[in-house]
Design a protein around this ligand. Structure first.
Ligand SMILES: [Ca+2]
Ligand SMILES: [Ca+2]
Length: 273
């Protein structure tokens, strides 16, 4: 899995100078897509969406940042619907080797999340679910938004972890799995990146992307099912499935093409833990 992790880190942190096929997508943003009726979170790696659930960022002046933003491929969500977030637990502070993920890791600092005209919430002081707010998708289905994150007093130097989920106002679209943003306040970037790696290693359960039929094994049946869908759907827009019922848009970029085949083949070759 080291290769996949390396790609995740690279996709999340390296500002690529390569021209992007998705010209409207912003490198470094949290790219929202829908896969199997559920919201997914992704980074963009060149022109490919790569599943990602943790982002690193740093506070700037006034302990504020509006990064990462949220972006989608065109017409991911219905026009005039809303996309929003909930805060799943209190902020956690890095202790130098881990986020404790219990009361001992909750700092006195809270994080304010604000978007003028839409909402203003603070992270809770105990691990309680805290509703966030929604932001409108444009009538044309475009969504590219930045909310403001401000670390509150005593705003100590440290590395802080925010846990969110993303929802749509459309009831048939399932809320995302948890995602995490690691905020650095005045410590070394290397330490922030170590904290991001800790989240990848400890909070994200390792998926098995080539297990397309969902029986927890990656084997020849997955290969046959995927080939069936790919053969039926090549060069067609997603969602698209063959008689096997498998989504042929393996990389989740809303179109079925040779890249899906290559990515599946790569994942299949890598296998699963
Ligand atoms: Ca399988
Ligand atoms: Ca695709």
């Amino acid at each position: 899995m080291q290769h996949a992790r390396t790609r995740l880190i690279a996709a999340s942190f390296l500002a690529s100078l390569a021209p992007l096929a998705h010209a409207q997508l912003h490198d470094g943003d949290i790219i929202l897509a829908i896969d199997g009726g559920r919201i997914t979170t992704n980074a963009i790696d060149g022109s490919t969406l790569v599943s990602s659930r943790v982002w690193g960022t740093s506070f700037g002046s006034f302990d504020f940042t509006d990064s990462p933003g949220f972006d989608t491929p065109a017409v991911t969500f219905p026009g005039t619907s809303q996309v929003g977030f909930n805060v799943l637990r209190a902020l956690q502070r890095w202790n130098g080797s881990a986020f404790p993920m219990d009361a001992s890791g909750i700092p006195p600092e809270r994080l304010r999340i604000r978007k003028t005209g839409f909402g203003d919430v603070f992270t809770p002081t105990t691990d309680t679910f805290t509703p966030g707010f929604g932001i409108s998708v444009s009538s044309g289905g475009e969504f590219h938004q930045h909310v403001g994150f401000t670390l509150q007093s005593p705003n100590g130097a440290g590395i802080y972890l925010l846990e969110l989920e993303i929802w749509s106002s459309i009831a048939s679209i399932e809320t995302s799995e948890p995602l995490w943003i690691v905020f650095n306040n005045d410590l070394a970037l290397s330490e922030r990146d170590e904290a991001v790696q800790w989240v990848i290693d400890n909070l994200i359960t390792t998926p098995c992307p080539s297990d397309v039929n969902g029986d927890t094994d990656s084997d020849i049946l997955d290969f046959l099912d995927f080939i069936d869908s790919f053969g039926s759907c090549e060069n067609l827009p997603a969602p698209c499935a063959g008689s096997s019922g498998i989504d042929a848009d393996f990389n989740g970029d809303t179109f079925v093409d040779i890249l899906d085949f290559l990515d599946f083949f790569d994942a299949f070759g890598t296998g699963c833990p």
